[in-house]
Design a protein around this ligand. Sequence first.
Ligand SMILES: [Zn+2]
Length: 181
Amino acid sequence: MAARTPFYAMAFEDLLDEPVVQKYLHELVGPKGMPVAAAPPDGEVTDEELAERLGLELNDVRRALFILYEYDLATYRRVRDEDSGWLTYLWTFEYENIPENLREEMDRLLGALAERREYELQNEFYLCEVCSIRFEFGEAMDLGFECPECGSPVEAMENTHLVDAMDERIENLRSELGVKA
Ligand SMILES: [Zn+2]
């Protein structure tokens, strides 16, 4: 199998086609802001121009732009119209920051997964099959190995599948990030 190009080494145009990038943008701006986030124009643009071009409510466009701004994915400068005195916001998309943002995000996720995996490996678990509630060994012992909800005996529970699934997830993230185990 040919190695995939990691997302942070991708050309700008290819980046926006990446599901992981689309998902990331979607999580930031939501469905209403997605048309704004998915079609970054070249050069400066006003919120009104974007709203008109994309056929969107001005408020939805502004909301999306300010979210992108908070995540360093857009900047603006304000220009005052000398006649009317109105302020115009001229926006520039800064999508060259996407790979770094995404990398940080995935790093965080990788850290959380590794921690969770450690917790799974360090503990023994007991399950009430009736209520689908899981207890740590210490808890189960305190409860006399009886479910506090329904009184059924709790049974020792394998978490091998869970750990395996985490290993796979961690492995995938590491390869996306280009990190060696
Ligand atoms: Zn129960």
